[in-house]
Design a protein around this ligand. Sequence first.
Ligand code: AMP
Ligand code: MG
Length: 356
Amino acid sequence: MKTEIIRIDPGQPEQYKLDYCGAVLRYGGLVAFPTETVYGLGASAFSDRAVKGVFEAKGRPADNPLIVHVADYAAAEAAGRFTGRRQRELFYALGAEFWPGPLTMIIKKRRIIPDSVSCGLDTVGIRMPSNRIAAGLIRAARVPVAAPSANSSGRPSPTCFEHVLEDMYGKVDVIIDGGECSVGVESTVLDLNSEEPTVLRPGAVTREEIARVAGECGEYGWFTADVNIDKPRSPGMKYRHYAPKARMLMFSGAPEAVRRTILSRLRTEKSAGKRVGVLETEEQICYYNEADILLSLGPENAPEAHAQALFGALREFDAAGVDVIFARALKAEGVDDAVMNRMFRAAGGTVLPAEQ
Ligand code: AMP
Ligand code: MG
């Protein structure tokens, strides 16, 4: 397939370019576009054929549903419906606080949204992105836009145009070159159909922030969840994901204990002729000069910086051809909950205790 690359100004998106890309979507084409979380691969949420094209371009398993992106509440209500007044009020209260922004809310699906979007579930995840290109594109498309992240399935999500180019060139109609994603990890996925609203996937909107609006908020507990369970509530959670090509080993414990463990393992790997990478915070990275490539997640106490850096770093390790990546499990607080969730999955669902 011929892929068109269209550069759009992220600060002041050119309307004629948004109109063109919107028309590509409306008529059943695939467009990769920036959002504030990660780049998305969009298709008209009304077109079964276009949505199936998204699965094909990504090599995505057929049981991992897509999020429907909207530009206004009318479109949200066209895609999904509420089970009662309480749910409706909650949806609008959370929307008032966090939309447009990195929060996906799951409600019952309307029949106009094909089963290919929800992978047969009777629910649909809906999000209103804040990125100006994303918002303008969806408005210009005049249809809701079903979009997962614009990476090949299993690879780290794309946080800049170059990542999308790597994975999607030749597989989609248009790739928008629209700068970097400000958040860097995917949206918080919140289920509104359970007893209490429940976070199925952590993201930049934290459980505490949701609880402040909703009064309560549960979580799926990803750290203890088995990544291979057959029927998780959020289907995307069952796969090894976000994964670099290298083996990634993640250690928990006090920074000094983790440092000793990683250094000793690192020396073993090096003497076996392996290329080694270390992913650490700015404060810790200086201890690992023996590694082949050192990448920083930013300052220890800056979870937002960690989110912004993570996926790019995983891709950089791949580009550098490392065999093993060592990393430390940070305290899963605030946005670091989302960062640790992605790292945990990239490490294949295991965290090793540091040796005492
Ligand atoms: P994405 O952000 O790349 O790759 O994919 C969207 C994610 O949203 C999926 O992996 C699911 O975990 C989640 N999701 C979307 N729709 C639903 C739904 N109806 N029920 C539960 N989770 C969903
Ligand atoms: Mg994804």
